[in-house]
Design a protein around this ligand. Structure first.
Ligand SMILES: [Ca+2]
Ligand SMILES: [Ca+2]
Length: 128
């Protein structure tokens, strides 16, 4: 990051790879994820663990809909003392593809990071 702190960062989940992406019933949630977590077809709105993330969001993030401590979020955000480097960590899942974009004017955007979650890790981190 070569500019000042007047930067907006956006972290997104943009895709899923592998068999976990199968959605033969067309409800927007992976059929594998639904079976693993015993989530009924079409039940995207419920939030059984009360973490504020409904089943649709938990399925998108690949998190556990029955664990209130497991949901997509960022943590360990920091900026170095010279204000030219940002470090960020987030809850990640191996099959999910993440992008971080940055902008200093909210008009022009550039990638700060993109890639899949790391194998056998529940957290991804980057510095830019
Ligand atoms: Ca939830
Ligand atoms: Ca959860």
């Amino acid at each position: 990051m070569k500019n000042s702190l007047a930067v907006l960062l956006v972290l997104m989940i943009l895709g899923v790879r592998s068999a976990h992406a199968l959605d033969q019933n067309g409800d927007g949630m992976s059929d594998v994820w639904q079976r693993v977590h015993n989530i009924a077809n079409g039940d995207t709105a419920s939030d059984p663990d009360g973490d504020g993330q409904n089943n649709g969001k938990e399925a998108e993030a690949g998190t556990n809909p029955h664990d209130g401590n497991d949901y997509f979020r960022t943590f360990d955000f920091s900026v170095n003392s010279t204000l030219d480097e940002v470090s960020l960590s987030w809850r990640s899942v191996e099959e999910r593809y993440y992008e971080i974009e940055q902008s200093i004017d909210l008009v022009s955007w550039e990638y700060a990071f993109y890639g899949y979650g790391e194998y056998n890790q529940t957290t991804s981190s980057t510095t830019f």
